[in-house]
Ligand binder design. Sequence first.
Ligand code: ATP
Ligand code: MG
Length: 553
Amino acid sequence: MADSKNFIEQIIDEELKEGGRVYGKKIHTRFPPEPNGYLHIGHAKALEIDFGTAEAYNGLCNLRMDDTNPTKEDEEYVEAIKEDIHWLGHDWDDRFFYASEYFEKMYEFAIELINKGLAYVCELTPDQMRDMRGDTKTPAVSPYRDRPIEESLDLFKRMRAGEFEDGKMTLRAKIDLASGNFNMRDPVIYRINHLPHHRTGTEWCIYPMYDFAHPIEDALEGITHSLCSLEFEAHRPLYDWVVNNISVECKPRQIEFARLGITHTVLSKRKLRAMIEAGIVSGWDDPRMPTLCGLRRRGYTPASIHNFSARNGVAKVNSVVDFAFLEYCLREDLNDHAQRAMAVLKPIKLIIDNYPEGQTEEFDVENNPKDENAGTRKVSFSRELWIEEEDFMEVPAPKYFRLFPGNEVRLKSAYVVKCVSCDHDAEGNVTAVHCTYDPDSRGGNTLDGRKIKSTIHWVDAKTAVDGEIRLYDRLFTTEQPDLADCNYLDFINPNSLEIIKGAKLEAFLADTKPSDRFQFLRTGYFCADSKDSTHDHLVFNRAVSLKDSYKPE
Ligand code: ATP
Ligand code: MG
């Protein structure tokens, strides 16, 4: 068991020992999304770590909206974030918070720092501050650093009162202008911003910076371990400085883990939003999006996402995982659990010339060969069937073993048929295929044991229902569209969505409910579209094809 623990759990184990930092305490983590967009698959990894670590230690995990930035947040996102986290099976009970609830407390801590001589009001403009930040050999400079405490207190209160415009002054922590870590060179901890906030309205016109706000939020909530992604590593000294210099009992510890990247997509809310605004996708829940709601609509299951996150592990070095691995995890789950069905995506008529007109019979077909409890269903069969256009070739290509004049194939679970001819329209296009069936091959096996190379799927034309099928491909044509020196929008795949109307589906699919998932024989795993599919207009998204391009090591 000890061997399988990740590095975060190893740290916690040490700290739980007698005399350790959290000896005798309940482990308490938090998930702190900024409500400026929908959660994506990268967040699923953070969720797995934040909630998963708490669960592993029988501890608690809070859900906190990190809404200290007034410009972007939106209540729509808050509800969507909650829904996605619940969908993945995590729960925060009554511990749901907004960082903005702590604005008053944060303000008091800022006053405390000023009183201790650990913060001052600086009147450098953003440009001046940049010019004076120094370099590795030269310290930063601020002419306001040694202004009297009383003066900073007065100015800071007047900043709050709205006396100054945006950018006129800031509150800076007084730490070390010569630090090798630039985050410690008297970082700005408050700025003026005359923008209304989605929760506090116009009550505030000064807002705390993330590096000051986050450790306070954690400390006030009694968080023991603040788990975050790697880009915050260089900010940890500042995190520690804040919790050590304000009067809070709880001294949380920040631990960083690697971010998850996936090929052929981007994982940044800002970039995803830009794609929506540009009309490249239909919204946050477009089934091509790497968002949790997009993946859900596409047909992904919570189990497939858990397995994906768990197998990627908790690392200290950022990595980019093949999108095909996510698909592999879904295929694995649906192979075990999805109901089987037959659906013909691009239909052509197959007429069995020697099958009595008006006759219908039924076959008992397994609902899921992987699950003996799944039972069977009746599939009807009659003289006219739908088959895939591509399962017939009037002039067969080399190594083509499906239907062509003179050749035999097995109709899945039904009979062996032999192609005899086909009909054409005036332009010479094939309009129907004719065959004869072998009445002694009921169930699909020949009496004389002759070998049948191919098995194809079919749907009874008498009972078939129509449906729309949406096939998806990668959103981007390149593995890493958001490498620093290129514009990711240049790599959009123009063929990432193919809509097929007039597919022919097995009759029972008419009763499909939104989000039901199926394996359509030979064509992939499909999910009824949660937005557009109705009894009268069935719409199925292909979640993933059957073909596996991913080979586990
Ligand atoms: P984005 O760039 O998509 O907006 P973010 O980090 O700004 O990402 P937040 O809402 O601030 O998004 O993230 C909430 C939590 O999820 C943070 O702890 C963050 O570290 C984590 N997180 C975000 N993206 C990833 C990712 N790709 N891999 C792992 N963790 C992530
Ligand atoms: Mg962010």
